[in-house]
Design a binder for this molecule. Sequence first.
Ligand code: SF4
Ligand code: SF4
Length: 272
Amino acid sequence: MIGIRIHGRGGQGAVTASRLLADASYRDGKFSQAIPMYGTERRGAPLVAYVRIDDVRVRERELVHEPDVVIVLDPLLSKKQSVASGLKKGGLLILNSSLPPEKVEIAGDIKIATVDATKIALETLKLPITNTAILGAFSKSVGYPTMESIEKSIRNQFPGRVGEMNIAAIHQSYEEVTPAVQATHTEPVVEESDIAVGGYGVLKDVSSWRVFTPIIDLDKCTGCRACWLFCPETAIQWKDNRPEIEYHKCKGCGICVEECPVKCIAFERVVA
Ligand code: SF4
Ligand code: SF4
C-alpha cells in the first residue's frame, strides 16, 4: 500500500486531486481511498487531503500519518508548513515549484521531484488551479495511475472542454516533471509543528455530535490497536500501551466499536 498526503490551499483543488487519484487507481484495478479533510478551510487557507492505494481492499480509515508520497500544490506552502513531516525515509515529495529539486530547501532522507504546475495550469486552464496539472507528474514519478485512467477520471469529473483542458495539463506535467533526486538540503527551514494535518476533531470540539459514546473496558482490552488504527478522527490516542479516547474529538461514529476484535468497547447512549 502507498499512502499519499496532498497539501494545497482552499480553491486549488486538493480534494479533487485526491478523488481523481483514487478514482484513476481504481480504474487501473487497484483498491483506493480518498480522505478529504473538510473543516474550517476557506479559499486560500492551507488544507490537506489523503489517498491510499493498494492491491488489496483498504480497511484503514485513519489519516495517513506516514505517507510514502507527499504532493504540494502550492509552492509557498513549503515555506510555511513542514510539508515533509512524517514522510517515510526514502519517500517522494512532488513539489509544485519552478526550482530544480536540488535548489529546494527541504531537508530529510527523501527524494524530491519538481514541476512548475502553476505555469502549466496558467498555460492550459488559464487559471492557477494546480490540482490536475500535478497528477501527470505523479503518474510519471510513481509509475501509476496510468495516464489513460487519469484521463478517464478527468473526463468523468469534468465533461467537455474543461476536461480536455485539464487533460492537456496532465500531459504537460508528465513531460515536464524533473527526475526525483535525493534531498540535498540539511537544515529544516520550517518547524515540524507548523504542519496542520488534523481532522474535524483537531479543529474543533465535535463531542456534541455524539448520540452514542464509546467506552473502552481496559480490563478486556488486548492492546491490538485496531481502534487506534481505524478511528477516522484520531480521537484515540495510544498512551502507556493503552488506548485512550479524547472525547472532544470523538463524533460517535462507532467504527472503533465495530472494529474491536474482542468487543470491549461499549457504545452508550448519550442522555440529553
Ligand atoms: S466513535 Fe469516536 S473514538 Fe470511536 S472511531 Fe468514531 S470518532 Fe473514533
Ligand atoms: S480494538 Fe479493542 S482490544 Fe484492540 S486496542 Fe482497541 S479497545 Fe483494545
